[in-house]
Design a binder for this molecule. Structure first.
Ligand code: PLP
Length: 366
């Protein structure tokens, strides 16, 4: 047997450590996970009720077209029902976009570091990966990315805010990019953290969709909506783009539980507003202490902060783990002295900051 040549080198995805595993391995009872940008406040109680109401229907296939949810999300965003496609997380929408648009030899442009699934799925399709380093502030360097566009370019991926750096590109910057990029290029705006944004300069991608035919915005119910375990996210674009992605979609790619929970969750915007407010305070709480400790961090526009701990990030990550705090450090980011921490509840943030202060005195600056 011989698998596809372009996948044999691919790593199997390594997730952040699950809480139970950390408890078992380190003999801890109290563990806080601030590693995967999950919502520390869970999800709307209305979403939980929706899940419970479906327990008798486990044996029935879901609505493959997600009709009710499509209508609700379309109304929420002010777009047509033919402009939305759902996936098992926006991860699956990324996969479907790659599958629908990329053939071997096509070029695709992305930042480095950024969300790994663009590269992963593009490699599976045999596309040529063009990575453009983020600038010194951790932002997408859109001018440098534009300079890499040529007639072979099929897709440009813009992660906004960028995971892992947390930085964002403004509406004006994205519009300038879209004005210059040729129309044969699909521009994917991955906006997994859009609902957290309070900058006042964040792109209104529903307006962008009116002005530019070659844009698709990706959103998810995994982050501020707190439904990560159910796996549901979506793409919003012009009908012809959405149709192409729909043509490669599996028949029942999202579950009834996910659809019903998402429907209830989108109807509870008071919960979303309270999560956004707490997150904004949490970012201030973290950055204020980082400042006191003399640590520099990138601007944070999602629900996580990337901070320079001024010593190797791996031993800091490990020492925090021994204190029951799971954060993220990944050597492939190219920032050996940085860690990424999800904004938790005020209490979780305080525990993390106290642990970090102790760890900084234990791990030598090298
Ligand atoms: C978390 C995340 C996603 C995917 O989340 P799903 O759970 O698959 O919806 C997509 N993009 C970015 C940048 C993310 O951080």
């Amino acid at each position: 047997m011989q698998p596809k040549q372009n996948i044999v080198h691919l790593p199997v995805y390594q997730p952040g450590k699950p809480i139970d595993e950390v408890k078992r391995e380190l003999g801890l009872t109290d563990v806080i996970k601030l590693a995967s940008n999950e919502n520390p406040f869970g999800c709307s109680p209305k979403a939980k009720e929706a899940i419970a109401s479906l327990l008798d229907q486990v044996s029935i296939y879901p609505d493959g077209g997600a009709v009710q949810l499509t209508e609700a999300v379309a109304a929420h965003l002010g777009v047509g029902t033919d402009q939305i496609i759902f996936g098992a997380g926006s991860d699956e929408v990324i996969l479907m976009i790659a599958r629908a648009f990329l053939v071997p030899g096509d070029e695709t442009i992305m930042a480095a570091p950024t969300f790994p699934q663009y590269k992963h799925n593009a490699e599976i399709e045999g596309a040529v990966i063009v990575e453009v380093p983020v600038d010194a502030d951790g932002k997408h360097d859109l001018k440098a990315m534009l300079a890499k566009v040529n007639e072979r370019t099929k897709i440009v991926w813009i992660c906004n805010p960028n995971n892992p750096t947390g930085t964002m590109n403004t509406d004006a910057e994205i519009r300038a990019f879209l004005d210059a990029v040729p129309k044969h290029v699909l521009v994917v705006l991955d906006e997994a953290y859009a609902e957290y944004n309070v900058s006042g300069q964040y792109p209104d991608s529903m307006k962008l969709l009116k002005d530019y035919e070659n844009v698709i915005s990706l959103r998810t119910f995994s982050k501020i909506y707190g439904l990560a375990s159910l796996r549901i996210g979506y793409g919003v674009g012009r009908p012809n783009v959405i149709r192409s992605v729909n043509q490669v979609r599996e028949p029942f790619n999202t579950t009834s539980f996910a659809q019903k929970a998402a429907l209830a969750a989108i109807g509870d915007q008071a919960f979303i507003d309270s999560c956004r407010e707490a997150n904004t305070k949490g970012i201030r709480q973290l950055q204020a202490k980082f400042g006191e400790l003399g640590l520099r961090s990138f601007e944070a526009h999602g629900n996580f902060v990337m901070v320079d701990v001024q010593r190797p990030g791996k031993p800091v990550f490990e020492a925090l783990l021994r204190k029951g705090i799971i954060v993220r450090h990944d050597p492939s980011w190219g920032y050996p002295t940085m860690i990424r921490v999800t904004v938790g509840s005020e209490e979780q943030n305080s525990k993390f900051l106290a642990a970090l202060e102790e760890v900084l005195s234990e791990v030598a600056v090298s």
